[in-house]
Write a protein that binds this ligand. Structure first.
Ligand SMILES: *Cc1c(COP(=O)(O)O)cnc(C)c1O
Length: 379
């Protein structure tokens, strides 16, 4: 091949892992030596460390982010028959979590500028059965804590955060994971803090919620072989916790690098407004942790989002769509009774959004490559 253009991956995890190899290998070795593979020391250590990093007291490691939502809601007392408000524009796992908790998800449209749940719309979706709202801190940006507090207070609702994309995000001086009764995190490998496989955690300030979770994740047995409730088996592996514990001290720096990359993108993308390209709005300054950097290819653009995506791929630039089909239009959930047109903003976003390469270690040169590829395609 004689191509002079080098490709830009969507995510490259080797950049952050390579320098940590000796430390990670030692951590794995230590678990092997102790053989405490399930509910071991490294898990307890990491639970404390991660909860502290979120500014809360308790952390309970579970098998994945989806379980963190499902078990977390149950631990907060959510029951079958309860309605839980969920944004239509989120990863499907938010919805699955609610359904696995036995509750009824009630979808809500989003703000077209931030792509976050629209609390004015949420207001209209509240019924007598509504027990909780799940703000999803999508793309790494928190839903406004002040607005959430006011909303939850007005309707007497529990706030349960889906912080799967927002490790260490901040807004209005609050940290992600610290504003709800509890919050769910995912350690899926490509998340801002990722394991070498699946993992998740619920963090909470509430001792009872934490105790409920420890029981629920462990067969519903607060004591060995005494099953006082219907639990399951969902624990964060000691091995994964040991790896995550090595990575955690670097998370802030990695988030800074994401922010830095986002600033670079912003500087160029803001000049494309006349051409119909608009970035998803950052309303939380450097509290945004940019799990994803998302632009909108609007009606004013010379080409469609899908055409732009294809053309970028042809030039070796990997991009993504988060997410191409809003939750209410997913085939598996038609029984919820929603139809096309129910959530116009989420539907429109799903046609327009495009996620650009974003990861710690993304270089200025690569960002320029992405930007010029977009410029040459839309002009
Ligand atoms: C990743 C993600 C989840 C689910 O986490 P898993 O660990 O993949 O189960 C839930 N909600 C959101 C918003 C996510 O991005």
């Amino acid at each position: 091949m004689t191509s002079t253009l080098s490709s830009v991956p969507f995510v490259d995890l080797t950049l952050i892992h390579d320098p940590l190899k000796p430390e990670i290998q030692a951590a794995i070795q230590a678990v092997m030596d102790q053989s405490d593979f399930v509910l071991g020391h490294a898990l307890t250590d990491f639970e404390i460390a991660f909860a502290n990093a979120c500014g809360v007291q308790y952390g309970v490691g579970v098998a994945c982010g989806t379980d963190a939502i499902a078990l977390g809601l149950q631990a907060c007392g959510i029951q079958p028959g309860d309605e839980v408000l969920v944004p239509a524009n989120t990863f499907i796992a938010t919805l699955i979590g609610v359904l696995h908790a036995g509750a009824t998800p009630v979808l809500v449209d989003c703000d077209p500028h931030t792509a976050l749940i629209d609390l004015n719309q949420a207001d209209k979706a509240v019924t007598k059965k509504t027990k909780a709202i799940i703000p999803v801190h999508l793309y790494g940006q928190m839903v406004s804590p002040h607005q959430l507090f006011a909303f939850a207070k007005a309707h007497d609702l529990i706030i349960f955060e889906d912080a799967a994309q927002a490790h260490l995000a901040e807004r209005e001086s609050y940290g992600a994971g610290s504003i709800g009764l509890a919050a769910a995190f995912s350690f899926y490998p490509s998340k801002n803090l990722g394991a070498f496989g699946d993992g998740g955690m619920v963090v909470t300030q509430n001792e009872t919620v934490a105790a409920n979770l420890r029981s629920l994740r462990n067969y519903g047995a607060p004591q060995k072989y005494v099953h006082s409730e219907r639990g399951t088996n969902s624990r964060l592996d000691t091995l994964q916790a040991a790896i995550l514990k090595v990575k955690l001290p670097h998370l802030e720096q990695w988030n800074r690098e994401r922010n830095f990359a986002a600033e670079k993108y912003d500087a160029s993308v803001l000049l494309m407004r006349e051409k119909g390209i608009i970035p998803i709005e950052n309303q939380s300054a450097d509290g945004h942790v940019y799990h994803l950097y998302v632009i909108r290819v609007t009606e004013d653009c010379a080409i469609t989002r899908d055409r732009l995506k294809d053309q970028l791929s042809e030039q070796g630039i990997q991009v993504g769509i988060h997410y191409p089909i809003p939750c209410h239009l997913q085939p598996a959930y038609q029984n919820l009774g929603y139809k096309e047109g129910d959530f116009p903003q989420a539907e429109k976003l799903s046609q327009q959004i495009l996620s650009l390469p974003m990861y710690p270690g993304l270089t200025t040169h690569q960002i320029n490559q992405v930007v010029s590829a977009i410029q040459s395609t839309i002009n």
